[in-house]
Design a protein around this ligand. Structure first.
Ligand SMILES: Cc1cc2nc3c(=O)[nH]c(=O)nc-3n(C[C@H](O)[C@H](O)[C@H](O)COP(=O)(O)OP(=O)(O)OC[C@H]3O[C@@H](n4cnc5c(N)ncnc54)[C@H](O)[C@@H]3O)c2cc1C
Length: 388
C-alpha cells in the first residue's frame, strides 16, 4: 500500500528510504530499551547529506527548500524511524541563516554541513515559564567581550549529543523594555567549551526515547560574538523560525500516520479471526479509513504551508493549522493501529507501542494544541487574545 500523493521530491524520498532501510525496528527497539541515542542513524543521515539539506551550497549544504526538508522528515517517520534525534538541525538553521552575520555563518555552517559539528540543541523552554516564553528567567549579562549566562532550561533535547546550542536568554530586565517582546536575545553557543565550566546537563527520562535534558547555567561565560543578530530582538528571531518548525514537525506526523496506517492495513489483511481476515469487518476498516482521510487532508495543508514558506510568504495560520491537524491525524492513526492489532499492539516486537508513545508527544511539543487554537482564534478569526 502506498500513500504517496505526488512524485515531488521523489529522488529525495527514495534516497532517505534507502538510508532508513538500514535501521529497522530491531535497531530502534534496542535503543528504546536502553534509552540510547541513535548515533549510527544520525551519522548515516549526515553522511548522505540529508541533515544539511537547508544549508546553502556555498557553505557545503544541499541548498534545498523547506518542502524538500519536510519530505526528508516525513520519509524518515514513514519508514518507522524517528527524526527527533536530529530534526532540530533543520529548524534551528533558519535563525542562523536569516539573522547570523557573515562571520558566524563562515565559522559554523561548513562544519555543520560536513557533519563535524552538530547543532541539535535548542534552549527556549524553562521550568517556571513553560509556554509563556516572554517570562523566561535565564539571563545573559554583558561583561566586556563576554556575556555571563545564569539560569536553567528544561526539555533541551539532544543537548548531550550536540556541539552547539541555540539559546534564548534575557539581556534586558522585563521591567526595563519598551515593547514587551524586546529584551530577549539569541546566542549560538559552543557547548563543548562550556560543559563542566558553567554548564551542567542532566538527562530527563521520558516515556519515549528522546534524549531530552535540563541544562543549568551557572556564571557560564560565552564570547560576545555568540550573539545572533541584534541584542534584545531574539524573541522575534525565534518566532520567525517557528513556522518552519511547525511545518517540519507536521511532516513527521504525516510520516507517522502513514506508517501506522500501512502497518494496520497489512495486519488487518493477514490476521484471521472467526475464519476471515479482521480487515473484512467494517468495525476494523472504518477507523482506519477515517484516519486515512484525515491524514490526506492534513497532508494537503502541510504541503500548502511549505509552499507558502518557500515562496517567501508568512504562513503562520497554515503552519499552525498543519501542525495541529497532522498531530491529530498521527494520533488518530496510532489509536486505530493499536486497536487493529488488539493485544499484539502492546507487544514491543511489533513497534506499534513504541511509535504510539513517540507520536503522542506532538500534541504537546514543540507547541501544544491549545496554544495553536489560541493563535488561530486570534489571528484567523479576530477573537480577543486569550493569553498574555
Ligand atoms: C520530550 C520533549 C522535548 C522537548 N524539546 C524541547 C527542546 O528541544 N527545546 C525547548 O525549548 N523545549 C522543548 N520542549 C518543551 C515543549 O516545547 C513544551 O513542553 C511545550 O511548549 C509546553 O510547555 P510546558 O510543558 O511548559 O507546558 P505549560 O506551558 O505548563 O502548559 C501545560 C498545559 O496547559 C496548557 N496551557 C497553558 N497555557 C494555556 C492557555 N493560555 N490556554 C490554554 N491552554 C494553556 C498547555 O496547552 C498544556 O497542555 C520539549 C518538551 C518535551 C516533552
Amino acid at each position: 500500500m502506498t500513500f504517496e500523493p505526488s512524485a515531488e521530491h521523489a529522488a529525495v524520498r527514495e534516497g532517505v528510504a534507502r538510508v532508513c532501510a538500514r535501521f529497522p525496528g530491531a535497531y530502534w527497539r534496542d535503543l528504546d530499551a536502553r534509552r540510547a541515542y541513535p548515533d549510527a542513524f544520525v551519522e548515516a543521515l549526515t553522511e548522505a547529506g540529508y541533515l544539511s539539506a537547508m544549508i546553502p551550497e556555498e557553505y557545503g549544504g544541499a541548498g534545498l527548500d523547506l518542502a524538500a526538508a519536510a519530505a526528508i522528515l516525513e520519509e524518515i517517520h514513514k519508514s518507522g524511524c524517528n527524526a527527533a534525534a536530529c530534526h532540530a538541525q533543520m529548524y534551528t538553521m533558519g535563525t542562523v541563516l536569516r539573522h547570523g552575520d557573515a562571520e558566524q555563518k563562515r565559522t559554523w555552517l561548513p562544519g555543520i554541513a560536513a557533519g563535524t559539528l552538530r547543532l541539535q540543541a535548542f534552549g527556549v523552554t524553562e521550568p517556571t515559564s513553560g509556554t509563556d516564553t516572554l517570562a523566561l528567567r535565564t539571563t545573559a549579562t554583558r561583561d566586556g567581550a563576554s556575556y555571563v549566562v545564569n539560569g536553567q532550561k528544561i526539555w533541551t533535547s539532544r543537548a548531550e549529543h550536540s556541539d552547539l546550542m541555540l539559546l534564548l536568554a534575557r539581556t534586558t530586565p522585563r521591567e526595563n523594555v519598551e515593547t514587551r517582546t524586546d529584551g530577549l536575545s539569541v546566542f549560538l553557543i559552543d557547548l563543548r567549551a562550556l560543559v563542566g565550566c558553567g554548564v551542567t546537563i542532566k538527562p530527563i527520562r521520558t516515556m519515549m526515547n528522546h534524549a531530552t535534558t535540563e541544562v543549568f547555567f551557572d556564571r557560564a561565560r560565552i564570547p560576545a560574538s555568540s550573539l545572533i543578530g541584534e541584542e534584545g530582538k531574539g524573541f522575534r528571531y525565534i518566532l520567525s523560525g517557528m513556522n518552519a518548525e511547525r511545518i517540519l514537525i507536521a511532516a513527521e506526523c504525516i510520516g507517522d500516520a502513514k506508517w501506522f496506517l500501512d502497518k494496520a492495513a497489512a495486519y488487518a489483511k493477514e490476521r484471521v479471526v472467526f475464519g476471515r481476515p479482521i480487515g473484512a469487518n467494517q468495525g476494523v476498516q472504518f477507523p482506519l479509513a477515517r484516519a486515512f482521510a484525515h491524514m490526506l487532508a492534513a497532508e494537503a495543508i502541510v504541503h500548502r504551508a511549505a509552499a507558502m514558506y518557500d515562496a517567501g510568504l508568512d504562513p503562520g495560520i497554515e503552519a499552525n493549522s498543519a501542525k495541529m491537524l497532522a498531530a491529530d491525524a498521527s494520533w488518530e492513526a496510532a489509536e486505530a493501529c493499536v486497536q487493529t492489532f488488539g493485544g499484539f499492539g502492546f507487544a514491543e516486537e511489533y513497534d506499534v507501542e513504541r511509535k504510539f508513545r513517540e507520536t503522542r508527544l506532538y500534541q504537546v511539543a514543540p507547541i501544544s494544541t491549545n496554544l495553536i487554537l489560541c493563535y488561530l482564534a486570534e489571528r484567523a478569526l479576530g477573537l480577543p487574545k486569550s493569553y498574555a
